[in-house]
Design a protein around this ligand. Structure first.
Ligand code: NDP
Ligand code: MG
Ligand code: MG
Length: 331
């Protein structure tokens, strides 16, 4: 089991007298900036002048600067812009302005691990990655709790990078829940694998395959949606709070027996073999290079066309209709 660290293992005093610059004020940016500020850290937010988030951040009591000025002011600079834009932001505004002994921080390892950002050797480079969306990082902090987070050191120029990264993690509240040490390689590769094979790619294709099977056999799309898509949340919520055992305790014995008989016929040895291939293509950079060239040369032609085609699948049409009947869902 990986070792967990808590507030008592972190020295938040290491951030005293330092300025932490948060670049970006989106999902993660607003949570990191506000939590650190409430933890007594001197925070500056870096945004484009045109950003609609400038007002929001100022209203929350934060100091807002142009990205390049915020970088120049930072002893620690956390880059919280979308990953596919981070390399451009780094080249244009971070690299030319970063203090020589500063610490550069990320919340995801992609750009460092796949060499899209190559930091100067005279800075520290580390990661602090909460395992939850920004609004949870903020709301948990306000309730006196935290979201478990990962941290990793890529470059330890000062000799203090690990301690500083842990202090930052504690500053955003993660030390209340648990902080786990990893590497940029492990975080990046497991994150990509999870979202592709299981969470996003795996789940949506499984749902669509089930939906299509029922509809092609003549059952109504509404029934197919309820059974193969809608009820997923129920099951996942049970697993999330109590593991497979709690889910199986809650479902009927018939459902549990069917689970044991059929699961392995759906996720077969073939599927597991393909998962290994997917992992290999993440490890050897095949996926990263596809995604990077999609963003650069291809102008996202394939990505955007696929998004449009996916939105046209019947499961999306019937789902939109049925969700209108569910008054508890946020519009
Ligand atoms: P968001 O898409 O929410 O961040 C958007 C912010 O980036 C906005 O403030 C936006 O500015 C700013 N931005 C975009 N382009 C530029 C630019 N060219 N120059 C300056 N600022 C720019 O990102 P997330 O918070 O989702 O992700 C940030 C990092 O956190 C990523 O590395 C991600 O992998 C990681 N992460 C995200 C999690 C999540 O739950 N979302 C969970 C864990 C890690 P503007 O205000 O002008 O629009
Ligand atoms: Mg990811
Ligand atoms: Mg059922």
């Amino acid at each position: 089991m990986a070792k967990m660290f808590y507030d008592k293992d972190c020295d938040q005093n290491l951030l005293k007298g330092k300025t932490v610059s948060i670049i970006g004020y989106g999902s993660q940016g607003h949570a990191h900036a506000l939590n650190l500020k409430d933890s007594g850290v001197n925070v500056v937010v870096g945004l484009r002048g045109s950003s609609e988030n400038c007002e929001k951040a100022k209203k929350a009591g934060l100091t807002v600067m142009e990205v390049s000025d915020a970088v120049a002011a930072g002893d620690l600079v956390m880059l919280l812009v979308p990953d596919e834009l981070a390399a451009d932001v780094y080249k244009a505004s971070v690299a030319p302005n970063l203090k020589s002994d500063a610490m550069l921080l990320f919340a995801h390892g992609f750009n460092i691990h796949y060499n899209q950002i190559v930091p100067a050797p005279n800075c520290d480079v580390a990661m602090v990655a909460p395992k939850g969306p920004g609004h949870t990082v903020r709301s948990q902090y306000l309730e006196g709790r935290g979201v478990p987070s990962l941290f990793a050191v890529y470059q330890n120029h000062s000799g203090m990078a690990r301690e500083l990264a842990m202090a930052y993690a504690a500053g955003i509240g993660a030390g209340r829940a648990g902080i786990m040490e990893t590497t940029f390689k492990e975080e990046t590769e497991t994150d990509l694998f999870g979202e592709q094979a299981v969470l996003c790619g795996g789940v949506t294709e499984l749902m669509k395959a089930g939906f299509d099977t029922l509809v092609e056999a003549g059952y109504s799309p509404e029934m197919a949606y309820f059974e193969c898509v809608h009820e997923m949340k129920l099951i996942v919520d049970l697993i999330n709070s109590g593991g497979f055992a709690m889910m199986r305790y809650s479902i009927s014995d018939t459902a549990e027996f069917g689970d044991y008989c059929t699961g392995k016929r759906i996720v077969t040895q073939e599927t597991r073999k393909e998962m290994k291939k997917v992992l290999h293509e993440i490890q050897d950079g095949t996926f990263a290079s596809k995604w990077i060239s999609e963003n650069r040369a291809a102008g996202r032609a394939h990505f955007l066309a696929t998004r449009r085609m996916e939105a046209e699948h019947p499961v999306e049409k019937v789902g939109a209709q049925l969700r209108k009947m569910m008054s508890w869902l946020k519009k």
